[in-house]
Design a protein around this ligand. Structure first.
Ligand SMILES: *Cc1c(COP(=O)(O)O)cnc(C)c1O
Length: 438
């Protein structure tokens, strides 16, 4: 019985990023629509009851209900998987859902997760507060932890290690290769959230990451239009080698007549289980309409990322030259402590996000942000519009000062997400706001 994963079909190996952004995941045949079609349909029709029955048993590939799979979603997921150099992908309703599914697919009650503590606030809450309610133990490690400290965090029930390529909001660079080696030495996969650099600037699988996740809400969509997420499997982790650690993948699933995912789907096992089991039960699929918008965003991702990087680098240099700026994190600056890691993992650029702190404390920072005109205050990051956020008073306000500092977030940290407007206009805006805030 050969079972193919639907989103496998369109992945072509060896094309370059710019080509995949525009054409990946969808190749129209004679007379079919040039643009990827939006299949706005909840259901799909079959000629016989038997044909549809086979789909429910995972014995045949095909669409039946959009809570599990939809062709538009699968085309877009295939494009993202190809961009990341993975073998299969899926879209989720949000980045939060992507990270939850990515973890829960291989870690259930009784399991243990190791995560870096500088990750996005929403993911920090998911892993630190909600997963424990599901019976999953968690150990957070610091971004500057030594190998010994990380090794010491492993337990017999550890199932995975989790980090972000470029942390949000501290914009520190994750030493993917080093952490992949450590995870693999303990027989577990490394999951990397690659939202900030996108595959245009970093492909974590090339450095040993096993699973890659995204909040597609950010640069991939790029216009602030649709909330969404994605998961990509490298196909590289040998689940069967550690079958006792991953029974969900390597032993029979009674909800599909005792089918075993690794045996039935090979390299498609991880994504197929996440689709057939988690999406079936939790129903966090991305709406096809949002997937269609995401498709449009991806078609210019490579062009936009270059502009984000160029604008941000120029602004980072400008901020660095100012007396009022107490500190700045932007790893593309030669003076940045993460510059060597940036050169290794994202040599062509990182993203448009800069973290910096102003002298004069919280009040001055708030006055500065309130005085900006072009750059908006927004609980968002990483789209074409420039915006600022003060994590201590916005996204991370539920964390204590100690937790903030532990997670590498100074109370005066301002996260500036540089858009693709004219960079001189943006610098002018910063200049006038600093003058006004004095
Ligand atoms: C925003 C974000 C998320 C959460 O994504 P949503 O689409 O908002 O659910 C996860 N990880 C990172 C790095 C993010 O920036």
């Amino acid at each position: 019985m050969e079972i193919k994963l639907l989103s496998f079909i369109q992945i072509i190996m060896g094309r370059k990023i710019d080509t995949i952004c525009v054409q990946g995941g969808y190749a129209p045949k004679n007379g079919e629509s040039r643009q990827m079609p939006l299949i706005q349909s909840t259901t799909f029709k079959y000629e016989s009851s038997d044909a549809m029955g086979k789909l429910f048993d995972l014995e045949a590939s095909g669409y039946f209900y959009t809570r599990l799979q939809n062709p538009t979603n699968d085309n877009v997921a295939a494009r993202i998987a190809e961009l990341e150099g993975g073998v299969a992908g899926m879209l989720t309703s949000s980045g939060q859902a992507a990270n939850f599914f990515a973890i829960f697919n291989i870690c259930e009650a009784g399991g243990h997760v190791i995560a870096f503590n500088n990750i996005y606030g929403g993911t920090f809450n998911l892993i630190g507060t909600t997963l424990p309610k599901l019976g999953i133990e968690v150990t957070f490690v610091g971004e500057d932890a030594t190998d010994e400290e990380i090794n010491a965090a492993f337990k017999p029930n550890t199932k995975l290690v989790f980090g972000e390529t470029i942390s949000n909001p501290g914009v520190r660079i994750f030493d993917i290769e080093r952490y992949a080696k450590i995870a693999h030495a303990h027989g577990v996969p490394l999951i990397v959230d690659n939202t900030f650099p996108t595959p245009v600037f970093c492909r974590p699988i090339e450095f040993g990451a096993d699973i890659v996740t995204h909040s597609t809400t950010k640069y991939m969509d790029g216009h602030g239009v649709g909330v969404g997420g994605a998961i990509v499997d490298s196909g590289n982790f040998d689940w069967d080698k550690y079958a006792d650690k991953f029974p969900g993948l390597c032993s029979p699933d009674p909800s599909y007549h005792g089918l075993t995912y690794t045996k039935a789907f090979g390299k498609g096992a991880y994504i197929t289980k996440a689709t057939a089991q988690l999406m079936r039960d939790f129903g966090s699929i991305q709406s096809p309409q949002n997937a269609f918008y995401l498709n449009l965003g991806l078609q210019s991702l490579h062009v936009r990322m270059k502009q984000h990087h160029e604008n941000a680098l120029k602004i980072a240099k400008y901020l660095k030259s100012l007396d009022q700026v107490e500190w700045i994190n932007y790893s593309e600056l030669e003076s940045d402590p993460d510059h060597a890691l940036q050169q290794k993992y994202c040599p062509n650029g990182t993203c448009g996000v800069i973290a910096f702190g102003l002298k004069g404390g919280r009040d001055f920072s708030i006055k500065f942000m309130d005085s900006l005109k072009l750059i908006g205050i927004a609980t968002h990051v990483a789209d074409c519009h420039s915006c600022v956020l003060h994590p201590a008073s916005h996204t991370h306000r539920q964390l204590t000062d100690e937790q903030l500092i532990e997670g590498g977030i100074s109370p005066n940290l301002i996260r500036l997400s540089v858009g693709i407007e004219d960079v001189d206009d943006l610098i002018e805006d910063i200049k006038q706001a600093l003058a006004k805030a004095k």
